[in-house]
Design a protein around this ligand. Sequence first.
Ligand code: HEC
Ligand code: HEC
Length: 444
Amino acid sequence: MNKKLTFIFIALVVWACTQDELANPLDGELRNRLMQLAPDSELAYFQLPLETDLEQIPQEPANPLTAEKVKLGKLLFYETGIANNPVFAQGKGTYSCATCHVPEAGFMPGRSQGIADGGAGFGLNGEGRFKLQDYEEEDLDAQGARPLSLLNVAFVTNTTWSGKFGAHDANVGTENLWGEGDPLTEVNHLGMTGIESQNVEGLDLHRMEVNEYVLDTLGYRSYFDAAFADYPEEERYSKLTTSFAISAYIRTLLPTQSPFQRWVRGDLTAMTDLEKLGATVFYGKAGCFRCHKGAALSSNEFHALGVNDLWQSGGLKTDPYDKRNFGRGGFTEKEEDMYKFKVPQIYNMGDSPFYFHGSSKRSLRELVDYFNLAIPENEQVPEEQISPFFHPLNLSEGEIKALVTFLENGLRDPDLNRYVPEQVLSGNCFPNNDPLSQQDLNCQ
Ligand code: HEC
Ligand code: HEC
């Protein structure tokens, strides 16, 4: 192209871009609103760090993120070869972290409840997993609340629906409870953030172990050597380092390719008009932003929405008296915390249609209707506990549709597969490796 033509071409592009912006008031409206809500008045407040930019990802000072740790954690998270302590021999080597945190299901289980040891089957994205006949309910590795998504977990300082893990933030002042009544929380005395603490205990809870077989037969020892070279050898292959590697990996699970994130980074074409309208409802009339905050759309706050518990949707190994039903109060035992649950992140929600801690809602439309009408469904929850932000919203049919579209598409990263390894060192099927799952996953 000659110079003159190049100039005209550039001028045209610039003109087209500004026209585009002017032509679509939805962009300006949404941008102004977000800047108004950002404490620093910057749109970047809503921007997730890129998963490759390790320095920018929130992290635990004792476990600085490195590429080597992430690489090891990315294998261990899916490695059915660490499923070494099942209740019965047939469970050995059949499950992994990803059994309950399935990437294709937005790092949720793809069904109402996660079942690791004691379950079999996978289906297409976790929905086809069931309890094995031979296992009694109490033998299962299954919990009385739906597994949380692990997307954006780097922003969570106190993990689980009750926030019981983690030494800082919400748990300052709860030191007397660490270990009391729940030996798992003793790990908080290590003084670390929720993720790193929880994953030390999570290995035992989920019947996993990195042992000589994993290190030498499967070949993970050199990966630990690379990730923890600065640790003396006798401390290099422990539950703590295993937690550190897995924690480092899950901190990188950021839905940065979602249309909303691409829009925040400046690509105004990333969202459709309906999604932009939905975002405006989310950040305006619907008031969702009051609890789902920042780039991760979560917060380390606890609120009661009066939703049903997991036993009410057929959850196994749980009942009306399960401590998990009390949310934060089940941990702190304080009256004011009863029935309040941590505000979860809400990207890729469309990938696993089981919503709230008790999986009581089966579609995003149903969920939005619940917020719109604001009639608590759980009779156990006293009215005075319900959040004052949970009130009728009077959304029109059009606003509801736009909001649902924003949740379903605007907040959906279509390429979570980039976080999944091609294979794990054992060569096993993953995330599950029982005979039925092998069939479902085409591993044979
Ligand atoms: C049997 C299913 C199951 C397996 C296996 C499992 N998880 Fe979970 N996970 C859950 C459930 C259920 C919760 C929520 C627990 C609660 O709130 O009481 C959860 C919560 C979490 C959280 C907290 C997230 C947050 O936002 O607070 C993290 C982190 C986590 N799991 C990591 C892991 C890792 C790492 C592994 C493997 C070592 C693993 N999980 C294996 C079911 C499972
Ligand atoms: C008062 C604070 C608050 C407000 C306002 C709020 N949420 Fe939530 N949201 C929560 C809490 C807390 C949960 C988890 C509740 C539970 O499971 O017991 C939740 C759960 C969700 C979930 C399901 C997440 C999962 O892992 O199952 C979605 C989706 C969601 N909210 C979207 C919205 C939308 C859309 C709005 C606006 C219409 C909204 N929220 C308003 C606090 C809030």
